[in-house]
Design a protein around this ligand. Structure first.
Ligand code: NAD
Length: 246
């Protein structure tokens, strides 16, 4: 990862935070982005403390203009963009379709889906100038199966896989690889809203007998971002403790 420039959204917490720390350790120049500046700046401090290079840029991924500003920041600061991890996301309103508010629907689609289109639109432009790139979109196991009470989330995560495939068809021949990652339930603050009984139930859905850890997902993202994954594009990579095997 030496001298590679990477943008990671939602990098103040959970999977994004673990990914930022890992890329930092591997020698990348890391643009840590989040809506939470305070915690995002802490992640930057930790990367720098362990000898890495990083800076923070506040961006709301639901805004096209802020996605563009984030890419511009990376290119202005580090001269190019090599890798982008479109990771920021929310769990969204937990209701069945008939009870879901219109605001709840639009919010989860804005943050979990429009973000991926906006992100890729500006990242691809910068990567074409760079002559190469790798984009990793964070979908979910719920990018390929449903989950009661999560229609907006499930729709956004399925669509993220479709967008990934289309982008790969359009840009792989120009040396930009684009893939989606599908984690099962990972023990991050995203799951904090769930009570212990529900967490136990979720664990029982994973043949491996536990929830995943952020660093386990980060390792897959690192591989997809690296030149070791030179033939990997247009694919959806579940990382799920066996969840989808049932
Ligand atoms: P998390 O809640 O720990 O972290 C998400 C980060 O995104 C937070 O720092 C938050 O401030 C940031 N964020 C939220 N809205 C934002 C916005 N509009 N603009 C910019 N940043 C914003 O969550 P996590 O579990 O690490 O999830 C990261 C990604 O992984 C999400 O896309 C999520 O859907 C996906 N995912 C998570 C799980 C899981 O079980 N935790 C499973 C599958 C997929």
């Amino acid at each position: 990862m030496k001298d590679k420039v990477v943008i990671i959204t939602g990098a103040a917490s959970g999977i994004g935070e673990a990914t930022a720390l890992l890329f930092g350790r591997e020698g990348a120049k890391v643009v840590v982005s989040d809506i939470n500046s305070e915690v995002g700046e802490e992640v930057v401090k930790r990367i720098k403390k362990s000898g890495g290079t990083a800076s923070f840029f506040k961006a709301d991924v639901a805004s096209a203009a802020e996605n563009k500003a984030l890419v511009d920041f990376a290119v202005k600061n580090y001269g190019k963009l090599d890798i982008a991890v479109n990771n920021a996301g929310i769990g969204g309103e937990a209701n069945k379709i008939g009870d879901m508010s219109l605001e709840g629907w639009h919010r989860v689609i804005d943050i979990n889906l429009h973000s991926i289109f906006y992100g890729m639109k500006y990242q691809i432009a910068a990567m074409l100038k760079n002559g190469q790139g790798s984009i990793i979109n964070i979908s979910s196991i719920l990018g390929s199966v449903g989950f009661e009470g999560s229609a907006g989330y499930v729709a956004a995560k399925h669509a993220a896989v479709g967008l990934t495939r289309n982008a790969a068809i359009e840009y792989s021949s120009q040396n930009i690889r684009i893939n989606a990652v599908g984690p099962a339930f990972i023990d991050t603050p995203l799951l904090d809203q769930l009570d212990e009984d529900i967490k136990k139930h979720l664990i029982s859905l994973h043949p491996i007998g536990r929830l995943g850890r952020s660093n386990e997902v980060a390792e897959l993202i690192l591989w997809l971002g690296s030149d070791k994954a030179s033939f990997a594009t247009g694919a959806y990579y579940p990382i799920d403790g066996g969840y989808l095997a049932r």
